[in-house]
Design a protein around this ligand. Structure first.
Ligand code: UTP
Length: 299
């Protein structure tokens, strides 16, 4: 097998089993991934991103209270019939669109014991191939795609690839932080990763964001990864092991992302995502701009 076909990626894993505590009480009964940005649930943006990058086989990791996620990607015959009878083609399309996007499989995480634990649940579905991970609450604006570049880098090098973003130093404690050495342009080699470091401990202001392309060997690493911060199995800890032991699971590279990205599990970022996307829409964008200009005089 040639190097590039060995590392070709066909499957994506979408962890969506977190408790969403930052968005309570809205997320008491509703998964945070179902919160809508205007009229489309966050999870649909994530699925569409995977599909645009050529990944059609998706495994969603879900948990309790997450039935709405499966329902969203399933047919609703009764609703479709009503819209069809009314001749409302636009709404009918909007309802059917999510059901035809991809081949979506589901598995439950059981206890939400961290992102690493969620990814480990994908082991039997993924098998012996490299795969992508897209966090279910992390939205990358479709105008600024990064996954295709990450997939290409993985195919060419066989290294694990993470997306990185520069964040203000006082926010680095919210992310996994990377120590990197320059390779070329926005592509870097990762020498060390630390999960949610203090400002003092952080090796840089480069934060890992919710896109990964991983080798299947990462599952064995995750199986041996002890519980880390917050008693959870951290994907960052497994990737730190890979970075320190490249002969076991491949090294780790990073692609620095400079586009629009929203952590929709965070209230402020969710509102920013809504405004940024709404303002460019044909149906409500114009009126929203006028209103925002007026509103900005009040604040
Ligand atoms: P977060 O850390 O943002 O999720 O995980 P959380 O724990 O739900 O968030 P808060 O802090 O309580 O609000 C990022 C992604 O990983 C998934 C989440 O659903 C989210 O898409 N995740 C996290 C899991 O699938 N399982 C877990 O055990 C933890």
């Amino acid at each position: 097998m040639s190097q590039s076909s060995r590392f070709a990626v066909k499957k994506a894993v979408i962890p969506a089993a977190g408790l969403g505590t930052r968005f309570l009480p809205a997320t008491k009964a509703l998964p945070k991934e179902m919160l809508p940005i205007v009229d489309k649930p966050v999870i649909q943006f994530v699925v569409e991103e995977a599909v645009s990058a050529g990944l059609q086989d998706l495994l969603m990791i879900t948990g309790r209270n997450k039935n709405a996620l499966e329902n969203h990607f399933d047919r609703v015959a009764e609703l479709e019939q009503v819209l069809s009878d009314k001749g409302d083609k636009k709404k009918l399309f909007s309802v059917q669109e999510s059901t035809q996007l991809a081949d979506i499989h589901y598995t439950r995480q059981g206890d939400p014991k961290g992102l690493g634990h969620a990814v480990l649940r994908a082991k039997s579905h993924v098998g012996e191939h490299s795969f992508a991970v897209l966090l279910g609450d992390d939205v990358i604006d479709s105008r600024d795609p990064i996954l295709p570049q990450m997939l290409k880098l993985h195919e060419e090098t066989g290294d694990n690839v993470v997306a990185l973003m520069e964040v203000p130093m006082d926010q680095i404690h919210l992310y996994g932080a990377a120590k990197v050495s320059e390779l070329s342009g926005d592509v870097v080699k990762i020498d060390q990763l630390i999960e949610k470091p203090s400002e003092k401990e952080a090796p840089s202001n480069l934060a890992v964001i919710g896109r990964y392309v991983l080798r299947p060997e990462i599952f064995e690493v995750l199986e041996k990864t002890p519980e880390g911060r917050n008693g959870e199995i951290q994907l960052t800890d497994a990737l730190q092991f890979a970075a320190a032991n490249p002969s076991v699971a491949g090294g780790v590279r990073g692609v620095i992302f400079r586009g629009r990205r929203y952590d929709t599990g965070d209230k402020l970022d969710f509102i920013k995502a809504t405004l940024r996307m709404a303002i460019d829409r044909d149906d409500i964008g114009k009126e929203l701009r006028v209103w925002l200009k007026d509103f900005s005089k009040e604040i």
